[in-house]
Design a protein. Structure first.
Length: 442
């Protein structure tokens, strides 16, 4: 039965919904833009520079182009559209809150829920009776109701499932992917009561063309999200281990995977670096909860250990190749192509290319990192390392080793022969280059 025809009087009719999206990063902004096509939306972010850029129709994540942003940015007396703000007071008239802040891990790989706590405090300060708060950030099962809801209650003075309601609808954004955009990815929804779940599902299904799947509970939805990325992490760890084994056998792993992939039910994963804010982080959330319950998750943590070592492994393999080719390692010029955590995307969060860099530094090599997508000021701020964004600066040297770390489309047109020293090795992490141009690949 459509929500408009139900006898449920607890929630606003959809035409009276005012949505707030808390956190305007890779997840929040595309979602806010999509909702702004049908609803009045306030996009909130604590970074005033980010808000200023968005209000000038510029998205530094490159997920939303300027024309698209301009089409939804509110003008004059428009009621439908997007208003971006860093002022929490602009949230006071909203009745449907969506929280999309990051959920990272600390230096010891323990879940850091502080961004989620702060976002909950912000929403709690403006929460009114009848409102719904939906979380999209990846968490372990139980965080929404056991960690976040108590904050909402404490700050607002309202009663959960009496005065306000909650839900969980995990994000499935794939940064840099222009095909699987937010409206084209099936959305899991859930709510704290059957009525809230129905309402939340209705709101999301009004903008998600791919449809929705209503989970039976918030915990089920939380668990579904965290195992999605854990499953990918484990599968990639398996092929990374295969790569190490086949390297010792002098067998090309990519050729093995291509041959095995002719079987209809073979899972087609490739070896590589596993970074970013999802696959390289989320398994630690599930592992942490399991350990709190007295269970040691062997497969999940083994996969994490193996994947976390791949950057150092690549660096060591490059050094071995140089030594075998009688190339002096100390003070050698090494070029690393790519720094972002994935191809054709400016996101440098939790990039594992830094592990290659850190390992090579221990050999006293002269490193040059070229990435046309990564912003040098962001890289320096986060990692204290200088990168080049222009090819002209790269061409001023000749290199004793070249490592293709990220498969940016621009690298297809690089003339490697022009920048290779007389003695040089080329190592392809991504299986991206022509095999005639390389000495080895992962």
């Amino acid at each position: 039965m459509p929500l408009e025809q139900s006898n449920n009087k607890k929630f606003k009719n959809p035409e009276h919904v005012k949505i707030a999206v808390i956190g305007l990063g890779y997840v929040g902004l595309p979602l806010a833009v999509e909702f702004a096509k049908k609803y009045e939306v306030v996009g909130f972010d604590i970074n005033p520079n980010r808000i200023s850029e968005l209000n000038n129709n510029y998205d530094r994540t490159l997920e939303i182009d300027s024309g698209h942003l301009e089409s939804v940015n509110k003008k004059g007396g428009d009621t439908i559209g997007l208003m971006c703000s860093s002022n929490a007071g602009d949230l006071k008239d909203c009745n449907f809150f969506i929280i999309t802040v990051p959920t990272p891990v600390d230096k010891n790989n323990r879940p850091d829920l502080s961004p989620l706590y702060k976002a909950s405090e912000t929403v709690g300060g403006v929460l009114r009776k009848g409102a719904i708060v939906v979380y999209e950030s990846t968490v372990y099962p139980g965080v929404t109701e056991d960690e976040c809801v108590p904050i909402l209650e404490r700050i607002s003075g309202l009663v959960y499932n009496g005065d306000f309601y909650a839900g969980y609808s995990p994000e499935r954004i794939n940064p840099g992917d222009k095909e699987h955009t937010v409206s084209r990815i099936l959305k899991i929804t859930s709510g704290s009561t059957p009525e809230a779940a129905e309402y939340i599902d209705h709101i999301y299904s009004s903008v998600i063309m791919a449809g929705t799947h209503k989970a039976s509970s918030i915990k089920v939805a939380e668990a579904a999200k965290v195992i999605e990325n854990s499953q990918r992490d484990i599968n990639i760890a398996f092929v990374n281990e295969l790569s190490k084994i086949f390297n010792k056998m002098q067998i090309d792993t990519h050729e093995v995977l291509e041959a095995a992939g002719t079987k209809w039910n073979f899972l087609k994963f490739k070896p590589g670096l596993v970074g970013g804010h999802c696959i390289g982080v989320d398994p630690y959330y599930l592992a942490q909860k399991a350990q709190e319950l007295g269970y040691h998750p062997e497969i999940i943590l083994a996969g994490r250990r193996l994947n976390d070592d791949m950057g150092s492994y690549v660096a060591r393999e490059v050094i071995k190749l140089m030594i075998n080719k009688d190339i002096q390692v100390r003070n050698s010029n090494i070029l690393i192509l790519g720094f972002t955590f994935k191809e054709n995307c400016p996101d440098v969060r939790n990039t594992k290319v830094i592990d290659i860099i850190d390992e090579l530094k221990t050999y006293n090599t002269d490193l040059t990192v070229y990435d046309p997508w990564a912003k040098p000021n962001e890289v320096f701020h986060e990692y204290g390392f200088e990168t080049l964004a222009e090819i002209d600066a790269v061409n001023q040297k000749q290199y004793n080793a070249i490592i293709l770390a990220v498969g940016h489309k621009e690298f297809k047109d690089l003339d490697l022969a022009a920048i290779k020293a007389k003695d040089c090795i080329v190592y392809d992490v991504k299986g991206f280059l022509d095999t005639k141009e390389i000495d080895a690949r992962l």
